[in-house]
Design a protein around this ligand. Structure first.
Ligand code: NAP
Ligand code: MG
Length: 492
């Protein structure tokens, strides 16, 4: 596949392949299984990683534990300054990081520049600010002193869909809080994580504060989770794995924060501009080929406008240009893997067989790459799997509602509650919808992502436990200590 970018550095030039970053050193363990990393647009092997074993896992936790005392004792301003330095490094290396992430995940480069480089940079800076602003020590009305202290050694496990952002959304608050961290990136997208670890090394973070181990979820991930060496596990990924990790953590009574995806509604009331609402929903749903945990995948419009909404959405979906994600003309890349492509095609074919009206949703017609045309689906039963299960692909389902109460009922008829989008010009209707829908984030009339990225992000119901970003994200990494009696200690 050709590309319009002339000098794209190869992944091998950018990161130390087959290496783990532990205790401030790059280790290339001999005898570990190597796992190839593919470019999902070309199916070419662009690198490989090692499947870390028990001894690597033990070494990573040991390095993190050893670094904890010294790191947590540093003044907050110093820790925050490291986050700013890492943000500067991301800015300087943003283009390489965006290209690398695009090569791994297949996201169009323009999207990668935003969410794999600019967003994590902003998350680092805003988390540094949140740490500087936090009341680390105060006296309450009883005269007791309340102290905020780091929870300890953190295990961070992340998925592949927004790989740099998801790593930074754990690393930034952990470090700001005074924790040390062991990260395991997704097996599909580990190279950007190696790149990020290099930047941590370059800015001179003390050895052991950030450690990176690679490998499969079922091998390395499971060993990390089963180790008794962490004080908090922060996980982003599927509901099934999140349940398992939450159960292990619960059994040991260590804290788990879980970000587990969704089946988010976009609710359109009859006073809204249907064309604008539908087109915006299509765009938000198909970002990163629909591989987005907060994608609005259920468009809920007035029943009387459903066929018109289907027409508008079908036309908007047909405008996507699938192709090389490094080509500026491409607006949708491939799915992340053959597994993901096949899963999406199975869902769409299943709906078609059950009598749904389906536009698009066919495999891409090129010889290589895990491409799927965006799909818009309607005429489905409310209890169809396509309406209830997280598909994680470019699939939008359109449902009809019969007024406000019915719209709220359908919006909430899901195990998930990560996000919701609302469209109405009436403030009273909007208020009732905001209050009525159980979701961690509600977006009104197409508002874009908040900047700086400090609005709490996370889910009600099966979408997870805890929040990321801003001061709420920082809070997850902190313990609270009440000191009763005379205490003169200085704030950190
Ligand atoms: P996943 O299996 O939950 O993987 C997320 C992370 O957990 C990856 O690093 C994975 O490693 C690791 N992992 C898997 N099994 C583990 C275990 N037993 N112990 C410890 N770590 C483990 O999700 P996925 O395979 O990336 O995607 C599957 C589905 O999850 C998607 O189709 C989508 O529905 C959902 N998903 C949700 C989000 C979200 O943001 N909420 C993001 C991605 C995916 P490996 O990469 O090696 O499997
Ligand atoms: Mg998996």
């Amino acid at each position: 596949m050709s590309t319009t970018i002339d000098q794209v550095p190869s992944a091998a030039e950018l990161v130390p392949m087959n290496s783990l970053y532990i205790g401030g050193r790059w280790l290339t363990p001999a005898g570990r299984e190597r796992i190839p990393v593919l470019n999902p647009a070309t199916e070419a092997v662009i690198g490989s990683i090692v499947d870390a074993d028990d001894s690597d896992v033990a070494a990573a936790f040991s390095a993190a534990r050893q670094a904890l005392g010294e790191w947590s004792a540093r003044p907050v301003a110093e820790r925050a300054a490291y986050l700013d330095a890492l943000a500067d490094a991301l800015r300087e290396n943003g283009e390489s990081l965006a290209v690398l992430a695009t090569s791994e995940i297949g996201m169009p480069l323009a999207e990668s520049r935003g969410v794999q480089a600019a967003l994590p940079e902003a998350v680092l800076r805003s988390t540094a600010d949140a740490a500087r602003e936090l009341r680390w020590q105060y006296r309450d009305s009883s005269g007791s002193t309340v102290l905020r202290e780091p929870v300890g050694v953190v295990l961070g496990i992340t998925p592949w869909n927004f790989p740099v952002h998801q790593l930074v959304a754990k690393l930034a608050p952990a470090l700001a809080a005074g924790c040390t961290i062991v990260l395991k990136p997704a097996e599909l997208t580990p190279l950007n994580a190696l790149f990020l670890a290099q930047l941590c090394d370059q800015i001179g973070l003390p050895a052991g504060v950030v450690n990176l181990v690679t490998g499969r979820g079922s091998t390395t991930g499971e060993k990390l989770v089963q180790s008794r060496a962490y004080d908090l596990v922060s996980f982003t990924g599927s509901l099934a794995v999140g349940r398992h990790i939450g159960a292990v953590a619960g059994d040991r009574v260590v804290r788990a924060t879980l970000e587990l995806g969704g089946k988010s509604p976009a609710v359109v009331m009859d006073d809204a501009d249907l064309e604008v609402a539908v087109r915006t929903t299509v765009r938000n749903c198909f970002t990163n080929a629909g591989q987005k945990c907060n994608a609005p995948t259920r468009l809920i419009v007035p029943e009387t406008g459903r066929s018109q909404a289907m027409e508008i959405a079908t036309a908007a979906a047909a405008e996507y240009r699938l192709g090389d994600p490094l080509d500026a003309a491409t607006t949708m890349g491939p799915l992340a893997s053959d597994v993901q492509r096949n899963k999406v095609l199975r869902y769409v074919d299943g709906a078609r067989q059950r009598g749904a009206t389906v536009a698009g949703g066919r495999p891409g017609d090129g010889p290589v790459g895990f491409f799927v045309e965006p799909a818009v689906i309607t005429d489905v039963d409310e209890d169809d799997p396509i309406v209830h299960e997280e598909i994680f692909g470019p699939v939008l389902v359109i449902l009809g509602h019969r007024g406000e109460t019915d719209a709220i009922r359908i919006a909430n008829d899901t195990p998930y509650g990560l996000s919701a989008e609302l469209w109405s010009t009436d403030p009273a209707t909007t208020t009732r919808l905001v209050r009525g829908i159980r979701a961690g984030q509600v977006r009104i009339n197409g508002v874009r992502s908040p900047h700086p990225p400090v609005a709490p992000f996370g889910g009600y119901k099966a979408s997870g436990l805890g929040r990321e970003l801003g001061s709420f994200g920082l809070e997850e990494y902190l313990e609270v200590k009440a000191v009763l009696g005379t205490f003169e200690g200085e704030a950190g």
